[in-house]
Ligand binder design. Structure first.
Ligand SMILES: Cc1ncc(COP(=O)(O)O)c(C=O)c1O
Length: 388
């Protein structure tokens, strides 16, 4: 058996996104003990970095040793008890997943449905809560399945008005668009490392605010999951100098996350948000010059992830296979209602740059020509402001 060698790929799908070389190098350092004082100091620093990136002073801000789906489930399993009422805003795959998980917590789940490809409407949430209160309201700030950005600030304000807790999916939002936990009053947030943070998948930052911690303390029974019990996990990550063994943290992944957060803070959070927005605008202009229609209204578009309509007569899977084999370029398929109708192009983290925009527009123009459409890269590159 030969050692595995990863092929060279240009990742421009919904994630994972390209990982910065220094993040890979940081992760390749020797593994040290997870209770080594040097590692404990690193854990403290990662928590500080995450607080800065998420705009919060919440002491309970930690990376969970698991993918973001596990963080999503952990938040629900900790805050919900049997019979609790939850309002889940559903405008794509991840809202649907939140609702399904909340049902498995035996909560009373109401789904508030929005058209896929459109944002969650704050006024509809206000009306739903006026009709029937809820302990918890959940939404996805950056719906990766549809390339839509929802207004967490407005939604959080409504939750505060009616005394409901908020749980926000920030997996694709983190580092790509503003998140201000304390200023907006978000109660529970989970995120991922493999999108705009440009770290490998496998860790999931979470931040739990004081009102949510009160709700956890008031539970009648401990959560069913031992591993995900935030009280126990807090003793490991947020143990204020005396950490108790809970599980063995993925030491090398934490090295990588630290470096990814260091790079982000060195660039500056606002600079990172602005870079994602500016590069997305360039990509959108280039795609439109290629004659491709964008599926989400501009005001609701998510800069790190663009949903585009597949031109008439193109075979979705064959086209994406061609891009991968001929250009080493990965773009994402549509999900759910958009399967076979749309593609998803990511400009996330380290991968949100001019070279990636140019590569993508050239590859799409070549692919369209290969599949019998007329497409010229030059005007698209010009519209995107990329050197030909
Ligand atoms: C918005 C959103 N939520 C949750 C997830 C789940 O993350 P993971 O695949 O790391 O479990 C994803 C992954 O794409 C996502 O985009």
């Amino acid at each position: 058996m030969q050692p595995f060698r990863a092929p060279e790929r240009h990742l421009m799908g919904p994630g994972p996104a390209p990982v910065a070389p220094s993040v890979l190098a940081a992760s390749a350092q020797p593994t040290i003990g997870h209770l080594d004082p040097v590692f404990i100091a690193l854990m403290d620093e990662v928590q500080q970095q995450l607080r800065q990136v998420l705009g919060t002073q919440n002491p309970y801000t930690v990376p969970i040793s698991a993918p973001a789906t596990a963080a999503m489930e952990a938040c629900l399993a900790n805050v919900l008890e049997e019979g609790d009422s939850v309002l889940v805003c559903v405008n794509g795959v991840f809202g649907t997943r939140l609702a399904e998980m909340a049902r498995r917590c035996r909560a009373q789940v109401r789904e508030l449905a929005f058209d896929w490809g459109r944002a969650v409407e704050p006024e509809a949430v206000r009306a739903a809560l006026a009709e029937q209160p809820a302990k918890l309201v959940c939404w996805v700030q950056a719906e990766t399945s549809t390339g839509v950005l929802s207004d967490s600030q407005a939604l959080a304000a409504i939750c505060r008005e009616v005394g409901a807790l908020s749980l926000v999916d920030c997996v694709t939002a983190i580092a790509g668009v503003p998140i201000r936990i304390d200023e907006w009053g978000l109660d529970m947030v989970y995120a991922g490392t493999q999108k705009c943070l440009s770290a490998p998948p496998g860790l999931a930052p979470i931040s739990i605010g004081p009102r949510a911690l009160e709700a956890l303390a008031a539970r009648e029974r401990a959560p069913q999951s031992w591993f995900m019990d935030f009280n126990l996990l807090g003793g490991y990550w947020a143990g204020e100098g005396k950490r108790a063994y809970h599980h063995t943290a993925p030491v090398n992944a934490v090295y990588g996350l630290h470096e990814a957060l260091r790079l982000l803070l060195e660039e500056g959070l606002e600079a990172s948000w602005e870079r994602h927005a500016a590069n997305a605008r360039r990509l959108w202009a280039g795609l439109e010059a290629l004659g491709i229609r964008l599926a989400v209204p501009e005001a609701e578009r998510l800069p790190p992830l663009t949903l585009l309509e597949i031109p008439e007569g193109i075979d979705d899977a064959a086209f994406r296979k061609y891009l991968l084999e001929t250009h080493g370029l990965e773009i994402g398929a549509g999900l759910g209602q958009f399967a076979g109708r749309c593609w998803r192009i990511g400009l996330m983290g380290h991968g949100s740059n001019e070279v990636a925009i140019g590569r993508c527009l050239r590859a799409l123009a070549d692919g369209l020509t290969h599949f019998g459409h007329r497409a010229d890269a030059a005007p698209a590159l010009d519209a995107a402001g990329v050197a030909a």
